[in-house]
Ligand binder design. Structure first.
Ligand code: 11C
Length: 344
């Protein structure tokens, strides 16, 4: 069977990768509808060698759609996802609009594919920095238990959209050319102050919450607990934007429950884990880096070592393409899982 698939936000940084991933993974697309804001309507995008015109998103565009992949911001999802569901589509939403709602499964197929069975039309795709972390942590939890996670991220600008990538390039060039420039997008377009990202590191991703954590940090905390079904898990996060175009990196400290576990035991588990590529050999200076992970669907893990003071604690370095496994390819994998489980 072939499916009618819609991509909402098709011209954005993630939307473009969704179209590419549908083609690359050979998803059984019969008809592809590409939707965007009024501003981008009329643009043409290539899919399987043919050009498809992007249309302005509107409720009636979802007539006949089987699967709608949304990545056009929370406001668009809130307005249009229920309209798509009403017209019979299953929505896979890549925004934070519905992620923490009780009747909406938040799914990373390698971790909690079975949560798809109780969806009510909307399935949420988690935040990029959360996805890559849980893909690596779930096999460790299964093997050795898990009680605590402390993560610091090094996040690429593409997480903030195509305009943020432009801002990084333009600022970098301006600095090298000794020309003046003004930061207008990062750390958060809608916040009051903006800071240069070129040759800088900004410890703010999304807006600050009343508890002193940013919204990005709270997403990592709350989404991890929901996906792993571990409301009791201790999680803390510090999220930092760095001048890398694509590929999020994470330094992760974990405490496990079992005694006597070695770094080699963790390596053995991760070597067999779905969606994980182990790149961990200090003698060969082998470890994951964003430059090598861009364009890949997997999550890359290295620098695994036991803590020197706590024998049940380990440090890991986790890298993935934030636009692919962090967004587009996880969404397409969810659609693949729906097919595999006969849920569509
Ligand atoms: C970033 N993690 O890197 C964000 C982007 O909730 O899906 C993804 C936001 C989200 O800026």
């Amino acid at each position: 069977k072939q499916y009618h698939v819609a991509v909402v936000g098709a011209t954005g940084a993630v939307g473009q990768q969704m179209v590419r991933t549908l083609e690359d993974r050979n998803f059984p697309v019969g008809t592809l509808t590409l939707l965007s804001s009024e501003r981008s309507a009329g643009k043409k995008m290539r899919f399987r060698g043919r050009e498809i015109e992007v249309q302005a998103a509107a409720p009636e565009r979802f007539d006949g759609v089987d699967i709608a992949l949304f990545s056009a911001g929370g406001a668009v999802s809130k307005a249009l996802a229920p309209e798509a569901v009403r017209r019979g589509a299953i929505v896979i939403d890549n925004t934070s609009a519905f992620r923490m709602e009780e009747n909406v499964p938040l799914v990373v197929p390698e971790v909690n594919e079975s949560d798809l069975t109780w969806h009510n039309g909307i399935i949420a795709n988690p935040n990029c920095s959360t996805i890559q972390m849980v893909v690596a942590l779930e096999p460790i939890r299964k093997a050795f238990g898990l009680s605590r996670v402390i993560v610091s991220t090094y996040q690429a600008v593409s997480g903030a959209g195509a305009q943020a990538i432009e801002e990084l390039y333009e600022q970098t060039k301006a600095v090298l050319d000794n020309k003046p420039f003004e930061a207008t997008i990062l750390p958060v377009k809608s916040d009051r102050k903006h800071y240069p990202i070129a040759f800088n590191a900004i410890p703010q991703i999304d807006k600050f919450q009343d508890n002193g954590f940013t919204f990005e940090e709270m997403k990592m905390i709350n989404e991890t607990k929901k996906i792993m079904h571990m409301p009791e898990l201790s999680v803390a996060a510090t999220c930092v934007r760095i001048p890398v175009a694509s590929g999020h990196s994470e330094s992760v400290y974990i405490e496990i429950e079992q005694d006597g576990v070695t770094a080699a035991d963790l390596q053995a588990v991760l070597r067999e884990a779905p969606g994980v590529v182990l790149q961990d050999d200090p003698s060969e200076q082998l470890y994951p880096m964003p430059a090598n992970c861009v364009g890949q669907y997997d999550v890359f893990v290295g620098r695994i070592r036991r803590d020197l003071d706590n024998s049940r604690a380990f440090h890991l370095w986790i890298v993935a393409d934030n636009l692919l496994k962090g967004a587009a390819s996880n969404s397409v994998q969810i659609a693949e899982s729906l097919l595999k489980l006969g849920l569509i």
